[in-house]
Design a protein around this ligand. Structure first.
Ligand SMILES: *Cc1c(COP(=O)(O)O)cnc(C)c1O
Length: 235
């Protein structure tokens, strides 16, 4: 068994354990294997082990990898979305995790119409109010929700967050709770369904699942340590 396969088995077991603690079905959590900076060969090892959902954060890096791999895989774009890359993103990824402004959403809606697509998107929320991170401020998201809902080409499936970095996984819990509570509030204020929460990474995905994550984005716990930082992204 490859090391990637062993790591995947371990992560899956931890996901199942977190689900048991939370009284949830393991099938309610989608594991996204974040393959940024790792080669196609590592992704193949994960595919052989049964993994189908993958996350990438740079279109230049992802495009050739996606082209080299089986078409049946599901690709999630988890990086910051640049306006001039929207077309390529929509052509390569079925789910965009970090739509962070109304202007960007409206533009993605237009391009999706041109391409005949109905992409699934998450709205990123800047839960920690950090200047360095993208995402809607909660108050702005509320104010713009009606306009976001008019965008008929985007299937808004939920909210996503990247909490402030910290050494202790438990420290992330309040941020995960705040994302879930914001989701619950939006659902009742706007009479809509936002079933998905994209939250939790290698250090804290179990905590995120306990707090309601439906999509966890796990990289280094599956593929190993990344050799370099991706500029402008999380290492
Ligand atoms: C890199 C990245 C991840 C995965 O991080 P790990 O700590 O390696 O699990 C998750 N989410 C986003 C947005 C990332 O950029």
């Amino acid at each position: 068994m490859s090391e990637v396969a062993e790591n995947l088995a371990d992560v899956s077991a931890q996901i199942a354990a977190a689900c048991r603690r939370a009284g949830r079905e393991p099938s309610s959590v989608e594991l996204i294997a974040v393959s940024k900076t790792f080669p196609v060969e590592s992704i193949r090892q994960a595919v052989v082990a049964g993994q189908l959902h993958f996350g990438e954060s740079k279109i230049q890096e992802a495009e050739p990898k996606i082209a080299a791999l089986p078409g049946a895989l599901h690709w999630h774009f988890i990086g910051r979305v640049q306006r001039n890359k929207v077309r390529k993103l929509l052509q390569n990824f079925g789910v965009i995790h970090a739509i962070d402004s109304l202007r960007l959403a409206a533009y993605a809606n237009e391009i999706a119409r041109e391409l005949g697509l109905f992409p699934k998107v998450f709205l990123q929320v800047n839960v920690g109010g950090e200047a360095s991170k993208g995402g809607f401020e909660p108050a702005i998201l509320r104010a713009e929700m009606e306009n976001l809902l008019q965008l008929d080409r985007l299937e808004i499936i939920g909210l996503m967050c990247i909490p402030p970095a910290g050494p202790d996984p438990a420290a992330a819990r309040p941020w995960f709770v705040s994302l879930r509570e914001l989701r619950d509030a939006l659902e009742s204020e706007f009479s809509l369904k936002l079933p998905s929460l994209s939250m939790g990474m290698s250090g804290d995905y179990a905590v995120a699942i306990e707090e309601g994550a439906t999509h966890v984005r796990v990289g280094s716990a599956i593929f190993g340590k990344r050799a370099y930082r991706v500029d402008g992204e999380l290492g």
